[in-house]
Design a protein around this ligand. Sequence first.
Ligand code: F6P
Length: 340
Amino acid sequence: MRFGVLTGGGDCPGLNPAIRAVVRRAAMAGHESLGFLDGWKGVRDDLARPLTPADVVGLEGKGGTVLGTSRTNPFAREEDAHKVLATLEHRGIDVVVAIGGDDTLGAARELQRRGRAVVGVPKTMDNDVRGTDWTFGFHSAVSVAVEALERLRDTAASHHRAIVLEVMGRNAGWVALATGLAGGADATLVPEERYDEEAVLARVRRALAARHFALVVVSEGVDLGLAAGRAGAKDEFGHELLAERGVGAELARRIGAATGAETRSAQIGHIQRGGAPELFDRILASRLGAAAVDLALAGRTGRVAVLRGGEIVGIPFDEALAGTRTVEAPWLDLLHTFDA
Ligand code: F6P
């Protein structure tokens, strides 16, 4: 068999170990792999390179994706869909392994609907894919954000300031929640909860009174009632570029105006996405990549390999794509145990 592997959507730590796992597992069973470049763009435009076990040596600890990625929607136009099918035909691909978040997996489901064998592997620093306990990329990205918060704590404490850290995550608050929880923020704002300015100010005032500095974490997706940035710029899947809104800077301004404290904000943006995958992400990506090949070899395509209670299982695309996985209530209760 010949496996066609691609990585789509935003890069994140763990993509390379996942590619490595697909290639190695397929080779172990006597099968070949081909890597498509830059996500679905490579399938549409027929850009690919062979991937042998020798090509994936050392990928277990490497950040980004050696295949490149893009936010290309291959089914945006019917003529592109024809190109995708033609590429797979001419390259002799038996199974496509699509490694990505909900957009990439959505395109994978569409390809499966059009009669091709496809298996999905969920990734994203946002941790917002349904049906899996965690997506790889999340733990590594949050570790960067926690380190940033700890660095900001030094400056906040030294200068007696209120500092706001804005983190990514799109419309799910997982990154902010984990950063605030693990980094000990005085207030953590997630898109799942309505913005309550008085409650935020009360937390900041308490922290300022107790220790003369305050730390706030805000998710880029929190709605402060700001207009879309850069005239509402969107990617190919219709997602607004949320970082352009500048939620962190605006929140710092409001805190400063209301409390009189000296305030600053930091937006760490893509710094969260790069760098070597952490242990958890390396292992999870390796397990999922290998499981994707196993699913295909067992004839169980049309599925996404996911982590469920410690086990790796295959679930239908529809289950993984049944809406964004946002932060669940028990996590919010835990968060507010510490910042209330
Ligand atoms: O989906 C991952 C993510 O990092 C989001 O958290 C963020 O909103 C978005 O990608 C940024 O996208 P881009 O890399 O296209 O600016």
